[in-house]
Design a binder for this molecule. Structure first.
Ligand SMILES: Cc1cc2nc3c(=O)[nH]c(=O)nc-3n(C[C@H](O)[C@H](O)[C@H](O)COP(=O)(O)OP(=O)(O)OC[C@H]3O[C@@H](n4cnc5c(N)ncnc54)[C@H](O)[C@@H]3O)c2cc1C
Length: 570
């Protein structure tokens, strides 16, 4: 058994920020991550991070209140308004904190942090480091974690939570490089395990963004919130779904259909390509469905040619590289074929603004959590922000929780050790001993295609019902999927099979929430219920896990108080 007062699962931005905050409060912290923290999906973030710094010449009167308004309007009024204001108020010191840690943000000529326009924002308030913002932010925090001597368990894969007497006491993890299951016990756990993009086949997310760990909290009785709200990013590369950042349009890029037309003039004539993502993705899909894709196919062009080689080299160098290497297209000379792709999970583990969940000792932050500040649609640049704001808040809050505890400690943990790892070992042995002909990889592929085609950009009752039935059938089939190999090191077969059950349950929560919600709001666009229905549906969906069948759904009011719901026009 390994003991640390606090176990942080996930070495992305949220996990690192939480760990650094807890360590600063005097807590003994360990980070556990299945990849080196510097390889977390946060490092793939390109476009930038929002904060009302008011540095841009056109943004001198920007403020956290205006940022909160844009966030709430962007969320289609489903965000909890006090939480959104907390996010935007904490944004300014959170970004300066990173600057003081050494994050190399791009700068205006006067030396201040540069800001660019992003979709759905009334002011240019997205701070950036060229188009590699996540990479630079992540490496800044990795350095800080080493500087503060935070212990890291790298290439350890969490298999389950340890819950005793209704409290979270640690995790059981597979040591990928050495083999074997180990209990990591402590007084509390922070989950910062990222999004669940890989439940879809067409995602911009890394292969490790599965939602598998969030499902462990869900299985332990902690509810998931607003899972039906899945963001589709307008511009993923056509063949690989790799992201072309929103900054392409922030810097002035065009969207062009098969007739050579800047079609956004039909949908959002005022802001053109800089509408929020839900609206832009739907507009592209409508062009494709009307046969106006390029050569009638299911993609359109993102055209950056008019921006010129110099601007691309200065502000969008990574985008150009990705497009050349993964699509064979140099954006200086040719338009980029793109298609909307799954990108972000607005829903997640139900938490408050301090990362607290319903279970004592369990906190969550970052994309795996749902506070909720993004509601039904997240604005670009607000999720890097969420990781540093709510990561820090969760780290400080959990430090207070640990310091306020009586009892516990290493001796108590040692006395309780043993049974949790044995339970996980038993579960893996059971999977290996199954009599069954099913293949977990086939089931995974069918799940991701079901999510893509039954719970995509546009949704409709009978299509979703078929999708839900397919997921339930897959859940049954998974009970007959056998492990090929149970032991050793780097047993990826075991990891992928073990996490699939959780992924299916996360997918089922998305499916059930979507089927039940008979309105269109933000990213949840129904062809059979085309308008927003505030009277019936201005409320959060709360999913509670059931071992058999779909989850139990209940609803909770949205916290209002700042802005009255309006029609969303851009
Ligand atoms: C391509 C791309 C570009 C983006 N660009 C932007 C942008 O410009 N602006 C913006 O605001 N947002 C952007 N986003 C969204 C944003 O980057 C993410 O929401 C955010 O970085 C998530 O951070 P996180 O710390 O919550 O999780 P992640 O960075 O995903 O980290 C998750 C961590 O959990 C660990 N983990 C997961 N499962 C396990 C397990 N079983 N055992 C052990 N460890 C585990 C992983 O190893 C990893 O360290 C982008 C997202 C993508 C995919």
């Amino acid at each position: 058994m390994i003991y640390h007062q606090l176990i942080v699962v996930g070495g992305g931005l949220a996990g690192l920020r939480a760990a650094i905050a807890a360590k600063a409060a005097g807590i003994d912290v360990a980070i556990l991550s299945q990849v080196h923290p510097g390889r977390s999906h946060s490092g793939a973030a390109q476009g930038g991070v929002n904060g009302a710094l008011a540095n841009h010449p056109e943004g001198h009167d920007d403020s956290p209140q205006k940022h909160a308004f844009d966030t709430v309007k962007g969320s289609d009024y489903l965000a909890d308004q006090p939480s959104a204001l907390q996010l935007t108020t904490d944004a300014v010191p959170a970004i300066y904190d990173l600057e003081h840690m050494g994050c190399p943000f791009s700068r205006f000529d006067d030396g201040r942090i540069a800001q660019r326009p992003f979709g759905g924002a009334g002011y240019p308030r997205t701070c950036y480091a060229a188009d590699k913002t996540g990479h630079y932010m992540l490496h800044t925090l990795v350095e800080q974690a080493y500087k503060h001597e935070i212990t890291m368990y790298i290439e350890w894969f969490v298999m389950d939570l340890i819950v005793e007497d209704g409290e979270c006491k640690g995790v059981v993890a597979y040591n990928m490089t050495r083999g074997g299951f180990e209990e990591l016990r402590g007084e509390a756990v922070v989950m910062a395990t990222g999004g669940a993009g890989r439940t879809y086949s067409n995602t911009t997310n890394a292969v490790i963004s599965t939602g598998g760990v969030a499902a462990m909290a869900y299985h332990a009785g902690v509810p998931l919130k607003d899972m039906e709200f899945v963001q589709f990013h307008p511009t993923g590369l056509y063949t690989t779904h790799i992201l072309m950042t929103e900054a392409c349009r922030g810097e002035g890029g065009y969207l062009i259909n098969g007739e050579g037309e800047r079609f956004m003039q039909r949908y959002t004539p005022t802001v053109m390509e800089l509408a929020p993502r839900d609206i832009t993705s739907r507009s592209i899909q409508q062009e494709i469905d009307a046969g106006r894709g390029i050569d009638g196919k299911d993609f359109v062009y993102l055209d950056l040619r008019h921006l010129g080689a110099e601007l691309l080299a200065d502000r969008l160098p990574g985008t150009r590289d990705l497009s050349i290497h993964f699509e064979g297209v140099d954006p200086v000379f040719e338009p980029i074929p793109i298609q909307p792709c799954q990108h972000y999970s607005m829903g997640g583990i139900d938490t408050d603004v301090n990362g607290k969940t319903e279970m004592p000792g369990l906190y969550a932050a970052g994309e795996c959590a749902c506070v909720s500040v993004h509601g039904a649609n997240r604005l670009g640049g607000n999720s890097l922000l969420e990781t540093i704001v709510f990561g820090r808040r969760a780290g400080s809050a959990v430090a207070g929780f640990i310091q306020g505890r009586t009892g516990g400690g290493k001796a108590a943990a040692a006395a309780a050790a043993g049974s949790a790892a044995a339970r996980v070992r038993g579960r893996i042995d059971d999977i290996a001993a199954r009599e069954g002909s099913e293949d977990a990889y086939v089931i995974r592929t069918e799940m991701t295609l079901t999510m893509r085609y039954h719970f995509g950009i546009y949704r409709e009752q009978s299509v979703m019902q078929q999708g839900l039935d397919k997921l339930l059938a897959l859940k049954e089939r998974l009970k007959k999927a056998k492990l090929r190999y149970t032991g050793g090191v780097w047993n990826v077969d075991m990891i992928r099979t073990a996490e699939l059950e959780g992924m299916l349950d996360v997918a089922l929560a998305t499916a059930s929430g979507a089927l039940a919600r008979t309105e269109s709001r933000g990213s949840h666009a129904r062809t059979d219920f085309e308008t927003r229905d505030d009277e019936a549906w201005l409320k959060h969906t709360v999913s509670t896990y059931q071992p058999e069948g779909p989850p139990k759904l209940s609803y909770r009011p949205v916290e209002m108080g700042l802005f009255e719901p309006q029609e969303r026009k851009y």
